[in-house]
Ligand binder design. Structure first.
Ligand code: ASP
Length: 334
């Protein structure tokens, strides 16, 4: 169990009234039920637990390396993480942990563990149970998942959709992997089937020379150009409307053309939380198709931006970049 921070382990600072991370030892003190679980838990904590708004790719590497160094001795991993950027971290880890054949379950909570009405206990206890599930003496789940409010999802399909409800996450383009009610039901047909004979490879090179630009009516040419000509930019997620549509104005097309000529990869990802980019369905995406912009299909923005960092970090050659991005690597797109 890796504790990175987040509300799950926070307490109220009575001077400032804000929520701040606290010592991991107290987390165990708050859930004595952990002792009743039918598995042995080794807790590891970030030296300085953080609010997940402060997460970056260096923290992802720490998590990946912790998993790597405990991989042979442990059956499964639970990562306690703030919910704000959990989908980003969990998506990133799904790429970084190549040939994963054990469960890595991210969870957190909307209310601190010490709160009377907390959702932390159920999330944590069930996440641990899921991480220890086995079938014929080998792990049942072999992928990076996110467990929150009675549902287990493929992590790289999730998005945080609510800052208030206990049901904070959704996976609109892929069904749940498991549901917890009176019984814990695992939908095995939805799980990734991996080749277990391959050894885990941990990829820690993540290139952060990437950006996300969300289209909106009224976006000006100057602003658009300044993003596309930002120094060191290597790839951009263009968050388009609906099924991957964008304004057909000439300046926009010509700015995109210039960027592509310079070797910048442009990915078409829809602003909608559900559904897919279908370039060419409407006249307003025909121009993007002609430019051979990369099709993000039904990938989430979180899974797309982290996939970019991973592919650029792995040195995928420019010529192959479009084909590799459009291929599902960890079940992140159809
Ligand atoms: N701000 C917190 C975080 O993401 C919220 C949470 O944990 O749910 O770290």
């Amino acid at each position: 169990m890796i504790y990175t921070g987040g509300t799950i382990g926070m307490v109220k600072d009575y001077n400032s009234g804000t929520l701040k991370p606290f010592n991991f030892k107290k987390l165990e003190k708050h859930i004595p039920e952990l002792g009743q679980l039918d598995c042995h838990i080794d807790p590891v904590s970030f030296k300085d637990p953080i609010d997940s708004s402060n997460m970056n790719s260096d923290h992802w590497v720490i998590i990946a390396e912790l998993i790597e160094s405990h991989y042979d001795t442990h059956d499964g991993f639970v990562v306690l993480h703030g919910s704000d950027t959990m989908s980003y971290t969990a998506s990133a880890l799904s790429y970084m942990l190549e040939n994963l054949s054990k469960p890595v379950i991210f969870t957190g909570s909307q209310l601190p563990i010490g709160d009377l009405r907390t959702d932390a206990k159920e999330n944590l206890i069930t996440a641990i149970q899921i991480a220890s599930l086995s079938k014929k003496e080998s792990p049942l789940i072999r992928e990076v998942c996110l467990y929150f409010e009675y549902k287990l999802y493929r992590a790289n399909r999730t998005t945080k959709i609510n800052a208030e409800h206990f049901e904070a996450f959704a996976s609109l383009n892929y069904p749940a992997l498991a549901e917890s009610g009176v019984h814990l039901k695992v939908y095995e047909e939805n799980l990734i089937k991996t080749n277990t004979r391959k050894k885990l490879k941990v990829r820690t090179q993540m290139d952060t020379n990437v950006a996300i630009l969300k289209l909106f009516p009224g976006l000006s040419e100057n602003i658009f150009r300044s993003v596309l000509t930002a120094p060191n930019l290597k790839a951009l997620i263009l968050e388009t409307y609906g099924a991957g549509n964008a304004p057909t104005e000439e300046w926009l097309v010509s700015e995109l053309k210039d960027a592509i000529k310079k070797g910048i990869h442009i990915i078409n990802v829809t602003q909608c939380s559900g559904g897919s980019v279908i370039m060419g369905q409407y006249e307003t995406s025909q121009q993007l198709k002609k430019l051979r912009i990369i099709n993000g299909k039904n990938i989430t923005t979180e899974a797309a931006i982290t996939k970019l960092m991973y592919l650029l970090g792995s040195g995928v050659p420019s010529k192959l970049f479009k084909t590799v991005f459009e291929t599902s690597l960890r079940g992140e797109m159809d």
